[in-house]
Design a protein around this ligand. Sequence first.
Ligand code: SAH
Length: 267
Amino acid sequence: MPTARRVSESVNSNPGSGQNPRDALSRVRIVLANPSHPGNIGAAARAMKTMDLARLILVRPKKFPDPEATARAAGAGDLLARAVVCDTLDQALSGTVFAVALSARHRNLGPQRLQAREAAATILENAEAGDVALVFGNETTGLSNEEVQRCQRTVFIPANPEYSSLNLGAAVQVMSYELRLAACGGRPIEVTRTVPFRSPPAGSDDIERFYAHLERVTIRTGFLDPKQPKRLMAKIRRLFGRTGLERDEINILRGMLDAVERAGERR
Ligand code: SAH
């Protein structure tokens, strides 16, 4: 069993305050109470990092650190390295202003039950005042009634009533997502790493040369009868006028017309 380390300073560190969604998320602790499978610890770390959460606290993990946790964390090894290990849930919750217990089960006389989405909003509201915690239970036994009673709310993920128990890592993923969604006002900014392709718009000279080229080729191939043009070019202009032709696209179209002309010459 790893011994508790740096509990006071690590668990209680509060990295700042303000209106930035990242500030609220930085005050969220994900607490795994008595996790049995190191793979689930790694999966939880990965789930958290994808949603911009960073503070993982483990209460008496059966095996940690462990290569299986590292493997399942993939690129979130930094969260594992910074994870705080405690001996008791009280240590994990020390300094928090609000804690919720994640449980699929209904408990008599338990704290008020909230569904995941409404819980996320409540958790973030409380994060304005200080650190908040989401407590997840052991894979087999879940959370004990005593553990649940240490929290101010019970939260359930509204799953299939016939089969409502999610894998621990999956439950952390769902709640981390809900917190991120709530922190970003329901619309997280989409970040794309690829630079979208952009070509400058084609100028009118280029476009006119293209229409002249097209007309020449359609006449030469016999598609357009210049004695009976039937407003073909007007319709073609209407078609391309809708597209907002780019310079790159004009080059492609001109290249195709050149190829048609060359093929005609070879015959
Ligand atoms: N067999 C256990 C469940 C273990 S799943 C039981 O009956 O309680 C491991 C942990 O994931 C649970 O303790 C809980 O914290 C979380 N979890 C799984 N499914 C959940 C759900 N539908 N709602 C809320 N928490 C859930």
